[in-house]
Design a protein. Structure first.
Length: 326
């Protein structure tokens, strides 16, 4: 049975996304004691967006009156750009309701509790460093690979924010200046090449240009090549489909080349990978590690473990909480 630590108090971890707000009560050991989800009003007014957050927090606190005195703070993961020092949300593309919105100060005034705000990947990295796969390691590099690629860097138990708070955007490190344009505007970002949508697009393009090549992907998509998804690619690969395996091996090569750059720059003690695509990559971590010597100059690169993240869909809740417990 998992040990919880309510005697040390609890914090509220909040994960704000474009369509939902997830919140949870988290103890000092990183256990999520209870969690809720509510819809997010991302296209309304700033007050509408705030109301969605407070609805989630209120749902937790009102349903748990006995633990309200134990709550020591609220940590919020919000999309960037934001300023983690002031808790100001600046202009996130998928949360147009908030422009230069003082989220930390406003929530703190409502609940009379200390509030901290950071982006989701930074906070998730801290949660993994404190309680997850990175526990016991001094310098941690974390990547969540899904619809996009977000990263966080933790040195000596502290998030590395850089001069302006904008550090850690590893998903927008370019590995091909002639590559596809990323949604950030740059060419050849690893996100544009290796996130979930890029895997699906690569499969669809190759199926369309090689109609004679056999693949169960066509069956999984019911004959509609345009319906092929990244999940189908991983499923087909796991079932031994050679076409899908080629795409997966290309994915591994792209990520190994990118991680080689990260290793040469940071020389971390551990690399932790989470997210939906990250979970499907787990069986290939060994292959990715085997490729590192050809992708970086660090002669000891294979000493760095590549580990699966502890927190899955609840990474944002744990990350928000870690901001308060850190």
């Amino acid at each position: 049975m998992t040990q919880t630590h309510p005697q040390d108090g609890l914090v509220v971890g909040v994960d704000v996304g474009g369509t939902k707000v997830a919140a949870g009560l988290v103890d000092s050991g990183g256990q999520i004691v209870k969690h809720v989800r509510t819809p997010m009003s991302s296209n309304g007014t700033a007050a509408d967006g705030l109301a969605a957050v407070t609805a989630a927090v209120d749902s937790l606190l009102k349903a748990n009156d006995d633990v309200r005195p134990l709550v020591k703070g609220i940590g919020i993961c919000a999309p960037g750009p934001l300023d983690p020092q002031t808790g100001m949300v600046i202009n996130p593309p998928n949360l147009p309701c908030w422009r230069n919105f003082p989220l930390a100060r406003t929530v703190s005034e409502l609940y009379s509790l200390p509030v901290k705000v950071d982006n989701d990947a930074n906070a998730a990295a801290l949660a993994e460093a404190q309680w997850g796969a990175g526990r016991g390691f001094r310098n941690v590099f974390y990547a969540t690979i899904g619809t996009g690629i977000g990263t966080g860097i933790v040195f000596d138990g502290r998030i590395y924010h850089g001069r302006t708070g904008a550090a850690g955007e590893g998903g927008h490190v370019s590995i091909d200046y002639t590559g596809p344009r990323c949604r950030c505007g740059k060419l050849g970002c690893i996100e544009a090449l290796a996130a979930g949508p890029a895997i699906a697009e690569r499969a669809r393009l190759k199926l369309a240009t090689a109609p004679a090549r056999e693949s169960i992907l066509r069956d999984l998509a019911h004959g509609d090549v345009s319906a092929v998804s990244s999940e189908m690619v991983w499923q087909a690969s796991a079932e031994g489909d050679a076409f899908a395996r080629d795409i997966v091996h290309e994915e591994i090569q792209l990520l190994a080349y990118w991680l080689g750059n990260i290793v040469d720059l940071l020389d971390p003690d551990v690399v932790i990978i989470g997210g939906g695509v990250g979970t499907m990559l787990n069986p290939y971590f060994g292959e990715m590690k085997d490729r590192l010597p050809q992708c970086c100059v660090n002669s000891r690169c294979q000493e760095i473990p590549i580990l699966k993240a502890r927190y899955g869909a609840d990474a944002g809740i744990a990350g928000g909480a870690a901001l308060c417990w850190g």
